[in-house]
Design a protein around this ligand. Structure first.
Ligand code: CU
Length: 410
């Protein structure tokens, strides 16, 4: 799998190009030996050069080589961005990466609401780890993660808390990693302090001055590239007095993955940074992979009729704005832009979640059935951006009355 990927990534087109050029050069040599006319020589050379340019040059350059070798970055640290050696290093060290069976973080995997009333010191421990897992069935990708899943762990503190972050970069990593917490006030959101080489551990202490639901993400230059590998998560800073009580809480993050292979192309896929610069992801997913949140058993989002459901929804991007919507529901409350200290909007169908932003929504379930979470730019559903909330319990025909049809297709 690895060898094939390496060949298809680097060598196949280059090899074809080389063979074609050598064959053409030999043919040219043979023809030139039989003719001593300068005109014929000039014509043959012109034909050779012309045909070469026309056929080979536009097709001969492997797409995946464009960014590291030939594309330009005006980012803060272009030389660190994506050196071509990274690609080679990846294949040379392929066996050291942990193979993760499921890259998705369980949307139920959250700390409980904070019940204390006094501020305290909270310790957060996060490890950056580069792993191999599936972004879609049979489509393998080199994820860069926090704690081995996408998104990273959901962190929960209270406004005024002192937060001590211990950040490890796993020794199997090939890259530097760090964290920019949007909940932090200070240079880089902590990124400049937490920058860690493979095997290193760094610490940061900060005070959570503002309540809100904040994105955190890797900010190692090129930050976009690290986020496009899956390095993001949410930290909730609860306001004084806590949040309104709900029965169910879920943690969902949208993200994009840019692969050299087209949508559904099986095997190990290399990151296509050219596509990232263009903003054309192959995969747009909730919690790290296609189908991560659709099952009734694995990473299941389950609720019963009458429960108040809250979704903490973040957008890791790196390029797209999400139009978050739950099919068949209306949000009772939307804490727009995840501002938890402003009055929430009420009775909302779809809400915008910017790249590097979040929202908090809640609604009460009224009817049993499947409720599909989507980015309502609905073509993205075909790229993976959907999940299902399964609601069980008695039907109320005064609200919804009809015979449900089985789901079409599939
Ligand atoms: Cu990183």
């Amino acid at each position: 799998m690895v060898l094939l990927s390496l060949l298809s990534y680097i060598f196949v087109q280059t090899l074809g190009l080389a063979i074609a050029f050598i064959a053409a050069a030999v043919l040219l040599y043979i023809l030139l030996r039989k003719s001593h006319s300068r005109l014929v020589t000039a014509l043959l050379v012109a034909i050779f050069v012309g045909v070469s340019i026309f056929f080979y040059i536009p097709n001969g350059l492997p797409k995946g080589l464009e960014y590291p070798a030939f594309l330009t970055s005006y980012g803060p640290s272009p030389s660190l961005g994506l050196p071509f050696s990274n690609v080679i290093q990846f294949f040379l060290h392929f066996n050291q990466f942990e193979k993760v069976a499921d890259i998705a973080r369980d949307p139920n995997d959250m700390p409980p609401p904070i019940t204390r009333t006094a501020t305290t010191t909270v310790h957060i421990d996060i490890t950056a780890k580069e792993v191999i897992s599936e972004v879609a069935p049979g489509v393998y990708f080199n994820f860069w993660t926090f704690d081995g899943t996408v998104p990273g762990p959901f962190e929960r503190v209270m406004v005024g808390d002192t937060v001590v972050v211990t950040f490890h970069n796993d020794k199997t990593s090939l890259h530097h990693h760090t964290i920019d917490f949007h909940a932090v006030i200070g240079p880089g959101g902590g990124a400049s302090v937490l920058m860690a080489e493979p095997g290193e551990t760094k610490t940061l202490t900060f005070t959570a001055l503002h309540a809100g639901l904040f994105v955190y993400h890797c900010a190692e230059p090129d930050a976009a590239n690290h986020m496009a590998h899956g390095q993001y998560g949410l930290i909730l800073v609860e306001p004084k007095g806590g949040l309104p009580k709900v029965d169910k809480e879920f943690y969902v993050m949208q993200g994009e993955f840019y692969t050299t292979g087209t949508l559904g192309k099986q095997g190990l896929q290399i990151d296509d940074t050219g596509a990232m610069l263009d903003g054309n992801p192959q995969y747009i997913v909730f919690n790290g992979r296609t189908g991560a949140l659709t099952s009734t058993t694995t990473n299941a989002m389950n609720a019963t009729v009458g429960q108040k459901v809250r979704i903490y929804f973040g957008n890791g991007g790196v390029n797209l704005i999400s139009s978050f919507h739950v099919i068949g529901e209306i949000f009772d409350h939307v804490y727009e832009d995840a501002s938890l200290t402003s009055p929430p909007l009420t009775d909302v169908q779809t809400t915008l979640v910017p790249a590097g932003g979040a929202t908090m929504v809640d609604f009460t379930t009224r009817e049993p059935g499947n409720y599909t979470l989507v980015d309502h730019a609905l073509a993205r559903v075909d790229r993976g951006a959907w999940g299902v909330l399964h609601v069980s319990g008695p039907a109320d025909t005064s609200i919804f009355n009809g015979v449900q049809q089985p789901m079409a297709g599939h």
